[in-house]
Design a binder for this molecule. Sequence first.
Ligand code: AMP
Ligand code: MG
Length: 414
Amino acid sequence: MSAEEQTTFRPKNELITIEEALNTIQRYLPPRSVFKVPLLQAVDMVLAEPLVAPEPSPRYTNSAMDGYAVRFADVETAGADEPVQLTVIGESRAGVPFQGTVKPGTAVEISTGAMLPEGADTVVPVEDVRISGDTIVVVKPVRQHQHVRFRGEEFSEGTELLPAGVQVKPTHIALLASLGVVEVPVYRPLRVAILVTGSELVPPEKTPEAHQIRESNGVMLHAAVERSGGIPVYRTIVADDPGATLEALQQAMEHTDVILFSGGVSMGPHDHVKHATVQAGIEPIFWRVKQKPGKPLFFAVKGHQLVFGLPGNPVSAFMTYTYYVHPVLQQAVGLPFAWKTRTVRLVAPLENPLKRAHFVRLRTWEENGEWVGEPLQKQGSHMLTTVAHANGFVKLDVGEGYRPGDTVQVFLFP
Ligand code: AMP
Ligand code: MG
């Protein structure tokens, strides 16, 4: 085999189905890995290890009320008819504990959260006493241990508080903080490079010339990758040139797990992504799927690195991202390989007259407590409004169709 033959992309003629494409991608999922992040970065990430309490809670026995720490034996008989008088010998404040012991006939003034002094086992709220100088008179009946929060009563050291697999919420951040867990083990997000091909493209902030357009796929994919739990580490525009494409690919391969190409995967003479991939030593796995939009989708693999060649048409890029890339990034961070879906009642018919699967964009809204939806009129794969005005899509197989009133499963956009 000549050197040129070895680096030439040879497509299989067969297009594969969306099921085959999805199953194939699932066979190449990179293994999840675990790393530790500072506490506040853990929000929305998934715990890779259970949280086991390194200490009990409460950490020390303390008061639940502002009042007086007393010995129950002293105040057992207290009530309106039989007031009990105690001498106040000091104070236990939150953060400044009382150093002595509560002896018979005495009490210590105490604040909420302050350490219960030795000798005391009960707290009388300030509203249940009459104060005169250094003495208090308890005028209401008292229950033993009332208004005391005991060390370990919420949980003891060694208790499993959160299982692995939990998605961290602000309340979990508080729990972790309260236990001093400031480095949190979570699943590592995949690092994604976004290579936007097209010699007609300028960045959105530049004024395009007559023959140019502002590129929108790169920023769209960047934002979507973040929503899926990945980290867009790298994004660049690449001219439709074989050398430039290969160079950008080789650079992107250095520190990333997933490379997303936008454009350059069709049949045209200026579509260089497939060849560049082979030249970079990455194995092409499939090219072209029986679907609309998104037919030119290309998938290649090297070790645990995945390359997706998404079609350049903005709608095709977004639909193929949503269906094939989103679940990959999401499962890496410990969430299911899945999409958010919603059952929706149709207010208009849905048909697939094509010989391949059709991903039809839908607008959905809530009406009288039920989700309803209708397909957008303009479904052109170059029309950004058909994704911007939609919030999901329905996957219609060949020959599949629905009437108004039928319910369908809508895949919601990330
Ligand atoms: P391609 O897949 O490279 O043949 O591109 C298909 C169509 O999508 C062409 O009309 C391109 O101009 C357009 N296109 C490609 N990339 C982008 C992009 N990043 N932003 C907006 N449109 C694009
Ligand atoms: Mg192009």
